[in-house]
Design a protein around this ligand. Structure first.
Ligand SMILES: CC(C)(COP(=O)(O)OP(=O)(O)OC[C@H]1O[C@@H](n2cnc3c(N)ncnc32)[C@H](O)[C@@H]1OP(=O)(O)O)[C@@H](O)C(=O)NCCC(=O)NCCS
Length: 160
């Protein structure tokens, strides 16, 4: 398994993974236009591959001067869940944040997404703020945040 930067040529495979990963919650998916934008702009968009098979992805946002890196999208193919891949992508996000001198990772999660919530809490994220009607259909979300330990960042150096 390897994690690598997504490229524009991965667009179709990412769309297929989104369809599998977010079914039946179609309103969580990014449009082709949005995906293309992120791929072209080379935002930190990472793919987890098992050989030729795309099994997960991670999209991060972070302004250059901001101390926060935001996890915008995280998904694992239903075929491969429960094997620690979600945690592995989170670990990569933490390494990326440390390597880019960020001191926090943040994300939003739907309040009824118990699987993701458990994953994030066990990884070390804490609930920071309730976000009423943040999601389509008026569903609430939580903003969750975790600190990037400075010592951990120093030990892990740069990903570049
Ligand atoms: C949430 C998601 C990324 C988890 O991926 P995964 O590869 O199955 O997760 P892992 O195998 O790394 O699991 C890590 C932890 O998550 C939690 N978790 C995973 N599956 C779970 C389940 N079915 N029920 C409860 N907790 C679960 C557990 O805490 C687990 O730790 P453990 O193995 O020590 O019990 C995956 O289910 C997914 O892609 N869901 C659809 C997209 C989504 O909801 N993304 C998040 C949007 S904010």
């Amino acid at each position: 398994m390897q994690i690598e930067q997504a490229k524009i040529s991965d667009l179709a495979a990412i769309e297929r993974l989104q369809d599998r990963a977010f079914s039946p919650d179609r309103d969580w998916r990014l449009s082709r236009r949005a995906l293309r934008y992120h791929l072209k702009k080379q935002t930190p968009f990472f793919l987890l591959r098992d050989g030729d098979h795309l099994v997960g992805y991670l999209l991060l946002f972070s302004q250059k001067r901001s101390a926060v890196a935001r996890i915008y999208m995280l998904a694992v193919d239903p075929c491969c869940r429960g094997r620690g891949l979600g945690r592995r992508l989170l670990h990569f996000a933490k390494e990326w944040a440390a390597a880019h001198a960020k001191d926090r990772l943040s994300l939003e999660v739907r309040a009824d997404n118990h699987k993701a919530h458990t994953l994030y809490s066990r990884f070390g994220f804490k609930r920071q703020k309730l976000l009423p009607s943040f999601y389509p259909g008026g569903r609430d979300g939580w903003r969750m945040v975790m600190k990037i330990d400075k010592r951990w960042a120093d030990e892990h150096g740069s990903l570049d």
